[in-house]
Design a protein around this ligand. Structure first.
Ligand SMILES: *[C@@H]1O[C@H](CO)[C@@H](O)[C@H](O)[C@H]1NC(C)=O
Ligand SMILES: *[C@@H]1O[C@H](CO)[C@@H](O)[C@H](O)[C@H]1NC(C)=O
Ligand SMILES: *[C@@H]1O[C@H](CO)[C@@H](O)[C@H](O)[C@H]1NC(C)=O
Ligand SMILES: *[C@@H]1O[C@H](CO)[C@@H](O)[C@H](O)[C@H]1NC(C)=O
Ligand SMILES: *[C@@H]1O[C@H](CO)[C@@H](O)[C@H](O)[C@H]1NC(C)=O
Ligand SMILES: *[C@@H]1O[C@H](CO)[C@@H](O)[C@H](O)[C@H]1NC(C)=O
Ligand SMILES: *[C@@H]1O[C@H](CO)[C@@H](O)[C@H](O)[C@H]1NC(C)=O
Ligand SMILES: [Zn+2]
Length: 539
């Protein structure tokens, strides 16, 4: 679903750098591909919606929506040829990684491209799962069907097997089970948890495990007619608990009964272990810059199984490709000052099953001893995940909402990065919003390991408020303000997350913000000192 697909007429003037700097012959041979596209937007075409000052960043000025969309069309083609998905363990994912690698190797000079492979568990359901409940000595045998609308329940992806010999008591978790305190009395029980709240199923799964529950029964929340049937939810691939997902009717009936009497359930889930399968991360490093002071720029390369994942997170993948390409091309010119710091662009695999690719990379860095590969060599992680949402906001990760377990040394720098993006957006007369910095994307493992993190994104499943819409209308005009009361990405994790699910105006501007941020950090005279005024962690 394309909402307000703003096409803004822009004028581009190509300046062939080869012509300008014909003397540096050798460098220029390499720069044949590195033809620098410099854009000069006419004030008039820009002011159709807003009055924009200059971008205050050479790298930002190289960001063109055409380049971003060009990559997205390739990702869409890959999904089209792969049953509509680019999820891990599909041809679509492999082709995505191959595309990134091939593009960088064939079209960009000055980057060192590497792959790293890790293993992810694979399984299938071996027989229909069974759920029985006992309430006041009445046994109910719940209906399982692969057709979710006809099913009382289904199993959760990355559930473990279970075969309860006896009935186990059910505890109703208050609210949505997003807070540790809501799980305090759950040890030894089967936990009944309603869908919703400001946390993911995976996060609820971690709290469940931490509080020693026997199994999890999620149930849909009935908030709309679309929230009645059970749904296919996912836990982290490292999950160690059996988990089922009930319809609203089945779940709410059980929840009501727990208030009156003792409710017990018996669960049987039989999984077939299909071993593991390989997933690749891909990273591309600038050759220049100190490798012991690295800026990591990341996005994820996989989609959910349900759809082609063009906004989520093809838009981040494409943005990262354009940032890497354009920076490498600027480095081929003599006029651009190269950063003192190495930049490592990474495309993480398996984000959608619980940040598996970035977690693997961080874990490997924790154990590394080679200079350039150690966690202490990483100064910052910038993350771009979902950048073209149709009903977009310019969302800045707000370091003040970092998870409570974040090491304090990583906070001042993360706050500075939040302010950096905010000040740029304000300076551009663009509207902005803070976005939860909850660790739910690939920056999470870095931040947790005491690496400063930040980034910008256009939003996923939150709703645009009337106040927000008005704020956007005032600065970017009616056409780009979107819809109040509508979800920021109406195709979030759905088959309709296609190339039509991209707001070009929002996408281009967000990636210009990203480019500005990278350049600003790259040109800092002492980034380590600036990001870590209280020193680094033990690492
Ligand atoms: C698409 O799905 C069909 C049926 O599940 C399968 O046989 C086929 O191999 C898939 N194609 C690709 C490219 O994954
Ligand atoms: C994806 O590539 C890996 C090797 O990296 C290979 O083992 C696997 O079979 C491929 N998967 C598909 C679905 O093509
Ligand atoms: C519940 O239903 C399943 C599937 O129809 C069946 O295999 C199982 O034996 C039933 N269990 C009980 C206790 O009725
Ligand atoms: C899990 O429990 C441990 C030990 O009680 C605690 O340190 C940790 O913060 C908990 N994690 C979560 C996500 O609640
Ligand atoms: C559960 O209890 C609430 C409040 O008593 C009631 O409104 C609702 O209809 C009950 N739902 C079911 C499915 O029994
Ligand atoms: C179970 O029994 C209790 C006490 O006898 C009664 O209050 C309650 O309504 C019964 N619950 C159900 C779901 O039948
Ligand atoms: C930055 O400052 C720190 C501490 O003051 C110093 O150790 C380091 O060498 C400086 N780095 C650069 C790149 O100047
Ligand atoms: Zn996603």
């Amino acid at each position: 679903m394309a909402v307000g697909d703003a096409t803004i007429k822009r004028i581009f003037i190509l300046i062939c750098i080869i012509g300008l700097f014909g003397i540096a012959t050798l460098a220029l041979a390499a720069a044949t591909l590195g033809t620098l596209h410099k854009r000069f937007d006419s004030i008039i075409s820009k002011t159709t919606t807003t009055n924009r000052p200059n971008l205050k960043s050479t790298l930002a000025e190289t960001i063109r929506i055409e380049d971003l969309m060009g990559h997205l069309r390739q990702l869409q083609r890959i999904a089209d040829e792969s049953n509509g998905t680019r999820a891990i363990n599909t041809r679509g994912f492999n082709q995505t990684v191959d595309y990134i690698e091939k593009y960088l190797n064939e079209h960009v000079t000055g980057l060192k491209v590497m792959r790293e492979t890790f293993q992810v568990r694979n399984f299938d359901i071996a027989s229909d799962p069974i759920l029985l409940s006992s309430i006041n000595e009445t046994i109910k045998n719940y209906t399982y069907s692969k057709i979710l609308a006809r099913s009382d329940f289904t199993y959760v992806t990355y559930s473990t097997s279970a075969n309860f010999p006896d009935y186990v008591r059910v505890i109703n978790i208050p609210n949505f089970g997003c807070l540790a305190s809501e799980w305090e009395n759950a040890a030894g029980f089967v936990a009944l948890v309603k869908a919703g709240g400001k946390c993911t199923y995976a996060e609820k799964g971690i709290l469940a495990r931490n509080n020693s529950v026997r199994a999890i029964l999620f149930y849909n929340n009935g908030e709309t007619s679309a929230n009645l049937a059970p749904i296919i939810a996912r836990l982290r691939h490292t999950n160690e608990l059996p988990a089922l997902y009930l319809s609203y009717a089945a779940g709410q009936t059980l929840a009501n009964a727990t208030f009156l009497t003792s409710v017990t359930v018996k669960i049987s889930i039989e999984l077939q272990d299909l071993g593991t399968f390989p997933v690749d991360n891909i990273c591309a490093d600038t050759i220049e810059g100190s490798n012991t002071e690295t800026i990591v720029v990341g996005s994820h390369s996989d989609s959910v199984p349900a759809g082609p994942g063009i906004n989520d997170n093809g838009s981040g993948t494409a943005a990262n490709l354009v940032l890497a390409t354009n920076l490498a091309r600027l480095y081929q010119t003599t006029s651009y000052t190269k950063y003192k710091y190495r930049v490592r662009f990474c495309w993480w695999g398996a984000e959608e099953i619980g940040l598996a690719g970035s977690s693997y990379h961080v874990q490997k860095a924790k154990n590394a001893i080679t200079p350039g590969e150690r966690l202490s060599d990483y100064l910052i992680n910038l993350n771009f995940d979902m950048a073209g949402s149709p009903n977009f906001i310019f969302g800045i990760y707000d370091a003040n909402t970092a998870p409570s377990e974040t090491p304090v040394q990583a906070l001042p720098g993360s706050r500075k990065v939040t302010e950096l993006y905010r000040d740029w957006l304000i300076g551009q007369n663009l509207p902005w919003d803070y976005r939860d910095f909850n660790g739910r994307s690939d920056y999470g493992p870095f931040l947790e390991a005491c690496v400063v993190a930040g980034g910008v994104a256009t939003g996923s499943d939150a709703i645009k408020t009337a106040v927000q819409r008005e704020k956007y209308r005032n600065s970017v005009g009616d056409n780009n303000a979107g819809f109040a009361g509508a979800i920021l990405d109406p195709c979030y994790h759905l088959p309709c997350d296609t190339i039509a699910n991209i707001h070009k105006f929002g996408y281009e501007n967000l990636i210009q913000a990203a480019a500005f941020g990278l350049e600003h950090l790259g040109q800092h005279s002492n980034l380590s000192q600036w990001l870590y005024p209280t020193g680094r962690c033990y690492i």
